[in-house]
Design a protein around this ligand. Structure first.
Ligand code: SAM
Length: 326
């Protein structure tokens, strides 16, 4: 999908670009590959770490030799056991929880922020690989541990050790590091508060389906956010929730009554830049509504479509991936 998006931007005259809702950084990364000076931004701190590791970082590599000693207790060092205490029976086994407590606290020994970000990246990937649905939205460790006949192979990934997963992701992360000859950066904040000086702004905000249900990334990935903000984590958890999510933060992107206004404010803020907006054909606002809003700020709009990749387990096979360029 990222190369399809960047391919449609190739003919436009721009060098500086903001990926304002960067998530995994996959589009920002493709833009970096295309030689652009990329700024990646996301509201979530863990996504900022990913962008710092793979996009802002020009040359620092972590290596497994540096990472391996951080995955076991350092003799004489006291460790908090926050994950073991708080998430017993929720996502990972007790031994895995203790592993996470140790590894994350050891990351403060990595003085280079790019290597530390690569280490976080490897731990996030490992934690997602070991989760049913790759998410943290339910207390469902039992899906992994239940003694039932399996018709699919995920259990092998769930049960592979953190060390094995992390080793593979350290190598993957290191291979992805390169210098494109420009200064790319990463930030963490609300897209509405970012500077307006970019030649092109790419917008891929959370998607709301036609029933008015939005994707709440803060809810799906709260555990990765907690790993990133380990020292503050205890003060952020909603202890009323069975799966110990972070206390919800209100967002216009998950509220049907507010999402039109959120799009309009974004378009208005970045009206002086070329605008590229990723969307799907069956959401709120509708395609027509979105095009109308964009037209208030942009004289010329192009709309590219392609069939959506079917997400795992999704029953929605009919929608199209859309890219508006204004
Ligand atoms: C659809 S995803 C982006 C996916 C991304 N293009 C990729 O390739 O992975 C939307 C992202 O917006 C982020 N987000 C939500 N509200 C935000 C806000 N107000 N400002 C910036 N980022 C926000 C979420 O954390 C999530 O990562």
């Amino acid at each position: 999908m990222a190369s399809w998006i960047v391919g449609h931007l190739a003919g436009l005259d721009f060098h500086t670009v903001l990926d304002a809702f960067s998530g995994t950084g996959s589009v920002g990364y493709a833009l970096k590959r295309a030689g652009k000076r990329v700024t990646c931004n996301d509201l979530l701190a863990f996504n900022r770490q990913i962008a710092m590791a793979l996009i802002e970082n020009k040359r620092e590599r972590l290596t497994w030799e540096r990472m391996a000693p951080l995955l076991a207790p350092i003799p004489g060092r006291p460790y908090d056991d926050f994950i073991a205490r708080t998430f017993e029976g929720v996502y990972f086994t007790p031994a895995e929880n203790r592993w996470l407590d140790v590894a994350v606290q050891n990351l403060d020994r990595v003085s280079c922020r790019y290597r530390r970000a690569l280490a976080f990246y490897a731990i996030y990937q490992a934690a997602m690989a070991k989760r049913p649905y790759n998410l943290f939205h339910r207390r469902n460790l039992y899906m992994r541990t239940a003694d039932v006949a399996r018709t699919f192979g995920n259990k092998a990934s769930w049960d592979r050790s953190f060390d094995d997963h992390v080793r593979r992701f350290v190598q993957q992360g290191d291979r992805a590091v390169f210098d494109n000859g420009t200064d790319c950066t990463s930030t963490c904040g609300d897209a509405m508060s970012l500077p307006t000086t970019f030649e092109l702004v790419y917008l891929d905000p959370p998607y709301m389906n036609r029933r008015g249900v939005g994707v709440d990334y803060h809810h799906f990935y709260h555990f990765l956010e907690g790993l990133t903000r380990y020292r503050e984590w205890g003060g952020l958890v909603d202890f009323e929730s069975a799966h110990r999510r972070l206390r919800p933060v209100p967002s216009p992107w998950t509220r049907p009554g507010e999402i039109h206004g959120a799009f309009e404010r974004l378009f208005e803020r970045f009206a002086d830049s070329l605008l590229a907006v990723s969307y799907r054909s069956d959401g709120i606002p509708s395609l027509d509504e979105l095009a109308r809003m964009l037209r208030r700020f942009k004289g010329r709009i192009r709309c590219h479509t392609r069939r959506s990749a079917a997400y795992a387990l999704s029953r929605n096979r009919g929608s199209c991936e859309v890219l508006f360029v204004g």
